[in-house]
Design a binder for this molecule. Structure first.
Ligand SMILES: [Zn+2]
Length: 149
């Protein structure tokens, strides 16, 4: 896979998650998914991604559809099943956890005061253990509390 193939694959995965959020809001027909996607994300989504994905969800019992008249035609209106709702809620939770982990800088906790140490903390080796502190003063207080000078 080239880099742009990989990016496209990631974007398709994201698009599928987003389709699930649209379905999670309530029954929709395929065309509404496509127009809502464009409105919110600002990009076109290919029907060749949307319809096979809906079909796959249907095969897995996560989506069901009914035929509703729209004008002179009948259109499939898709809706999440109970299982589909539970599945997508688990997925959204997992997705938001992943994103918050990705955005959170790697944090250490000050061994003395317990505050979160972003960049530029102070590390000192005390009794053979490497400990992180928010500042040199906390390290001094910590040593004092252990009776180390
Ligand atoms: Zn501290």
């Amino acid at each position: 896979m080239t880099e742009s193939d990989e990016i496209n694959a990631m974007v398709s995965d994201f698009s599928r998650v987003y389709i699930l959020t649209i379905l999670h809001e309530g029954p929709v027909h395929g065309y509404e998914i496509i127009s809502k996607f464009k409105k919110v994300i600002g990009k076109d989504i290919s029907p060749s991604l949307v319809y096979p994905f809906l079909k796959k969800l249907e095969e897995k019992g996560l989506v069901t559809y009914s035929l509703k008249p729209v004008g002179a035609k009948k259109r499939k209106v898709f809706e999440l099943t109970q299982e589909g709702k539970e599945f997508s809620e688990r997925l959204f939770k997992r997705f938001s956890e992943l994103i918050s982990v990705a955005l959170e800088p790697s944090l250490e906790i000050c061994a003395h005061c317990g505050c979160k140490v972003y960049e530029g903390g102070y590390v000192e080796r005390i009794k053979g253990r490497e400990l992180s502190f928010c500042c040199v003063h906390c390290a001094a207080s910590y040593k004092l509390s252990l009776g180390i000078k």
